[in-house]
Design a protein around this ligand. Sequence first.
Ligand SMILES: Cc1cc2nc3c(=O)[nH]c(=O)nc-3n(C[C@H](O)[C@H](O)[C@H](O)COP(=O)(O)OP(=O)(O)OC[C@H]3O[C@@H](n4cnc5c(N)ncnc54)[C@H](O)[C@@H]3O)c2cc1C
Length: 232
Amino acid sequence: MEGTEVRVVEVREVGPDTVAVTLEAPPGFEARPGQFVQLRAMVDDADGEGGGDGEDQVDAGDDDAVTRHYSISSPIVDETFELTIGVDPEGTLSPWLAEVAPGATVEIAGPWGRVYYADEPRVVVLAAGPGIGAAVGVAERAVIDGGSPTVVYRSAVPVHEDRLSALASAGADVRVTADDEAFEAAVAEILETEDAERQTFVYGFAPFVEDAREAILAAGGDPGVAKVENYG
Ligand SMILES: Cc1cc2nc3c(=O)[nH]c(=O)nc-3n(C[C@H](O)[C@H](O)[C@H](O)COP(=O)(O)OP(=O)(O)OC[C@H]3O[C@@H](n4cnc5c(N)ncnc54)[C@H](O)[C@@H]3O)c2cc1C
């Protein structure tokens, strides 16, 4: 897959096991929050000792090249853009991204995906895990556009707390809960009123996506019309 080499500008911790990685945007790159890019990096065995803590997943043909997808978590893409990465200590690329030095290069292809903010007047975003990155990006963009988005974040260890607080201060309805039942109740309360202009978004790994679909259904909504990005 064709990609463009870009520099890592910054890596910062945004909560437990989660980093926000700011990258240079490739020339002519235009993207909306919630779209995803393909990121490819050479995850070499830097100490040359063969690791010993598990096997890297490598792409065929190019030793140590690893490719994964990540959603854009900045509200606006200009010369740079941000990805929010949940660091899986047993994983291959995410721990490497957590440690990468500014100035290093990675390859970017995309953006892709249809689960992005498309100027909908009423935005409700359901998120868990690193899906909160796309959620804050979408909600911040909606606020910039004069909207009052809703974010329901299922997490026991919230990340991006500063941005969630800023969203709440800007008039967004931000709800954070670790509890499955409270999550379902929040979704029910939000979706119980009819609103033809409302668009629901879901970002997260498969088990959460399934729970979110069930919560939408239980609330009398149609999960089929939600914009859902399943991280696998
Ligand atoms: C459209 C899309 C958007 C995404 N957006 C984001 C995002 O914004 N932020 C984000 O953090 N993630 C996102 N993801 C997920 C991301 O692409 C990666 O899957 C994630 O970062 C893990 O990659 P890794 O290389 O660190 O881990 P991997 O090397 O892929 O490993 C993941 C886990 O699987 C285990 N594993 C690996 N191989 C095997 C095997 N053969 N048998 C058993 N277990 C195995 C590992 O031990 C580890 O625990 C997205 C995915 C998709 C599809």
